[in-house]
Design a protein around this ligand. Structure first.
Ligand code: HEM
Length: 170
């Protein structure tokens, strides 16, 4: 959705073309599944070490389950085996985040956890870090902007289905 992508770029400071480099950078090949799993483990370690409203978003989420969901998603997104969609179907990230209260502040906090996580994994080189962070920044705000529209009833439909959401007006 063009409007969401524009908003996400404005808020994150990352243009869509930069974020999309994740699709062709071959990071699965370069980093390998072990490093990708380490990133997801470090990310959720950071999330669960937080206190307060951000940690609350994850209060009903089982850590190992969340790590596995994120890991299989990243493997696929970074160019590896398509385990995530094979088992769960369309990625539909806005819809999958529907049950959670995701504000722009939550996007910022998610990104802080991810930056912290990546920095604890020494096998991540600088170029891969930049490509990942650009994608994460754009996507985090894409999701929070999407939630804004859902809450204003300007994005309607079924977020967990392919092409399931439709935007009303601008
Ligand atoms: C799942 C929060 C951004 C990818 C989840 C879950 C929560 C959450 C609470 C449920 C845990 C689970 O059941 O796996 C947030 C918050 C974000 C955010 C607060 C801030 C904007 C992102 C971003 C990505 C992402 C930027 C991808 C780049 C995923 C994936 C799942 C997930 C793949 C698993 C969904 C599933 O398979 O059901 N997120 N997330 N999230 N998130 Fe996020």
């Amino acid at each position: 959705m063009e409007y969401l992508s524009r908003r996400a770029s404005d808020l994150s400071g990352v243009e869509r073309e930069e974020a999309d480099k994740i699709d062709t950078a071959g990071l699965y090949e370069k980093l390998g599944p072990g490093t990708i799993r380490e990133i997801s483990e470090a990310f959720y370690a950071a999330v669960y070490s937080r206190e307060g409203w951000f940690r609350e978003i994850f209060s009903n989420v089982e850590k190992e389950h969340a790590i596995n969901n994120q890991y299989t998603f990243f493997v696929e997104k970074f160019g590896g085996p398509r385990i995530y969609t094979a088992t769960k179907g369309h990625t539909a990230l806005i819809g999958r985040h529907g049950p959670y209260k995701i504000s722009h502040a939550a996007a910022q906090e998610w990104l802080a956890c991810m930056e912290e996580a990546i920095d604890t994994v020494p096998s991540v080189d600088q170029q891969s870090r930049t490509i990942m962070m650009n994608y994460f920044k754009h996507m985090a705000y894409y999701i929070s902007c999407g939630m804004d529209l859902v809450n204003q009833n300007r994005l309607v439909g079924y977020g967990d289905r392919p092409g399931g959401y439709h935007q009303l007006g601008n």
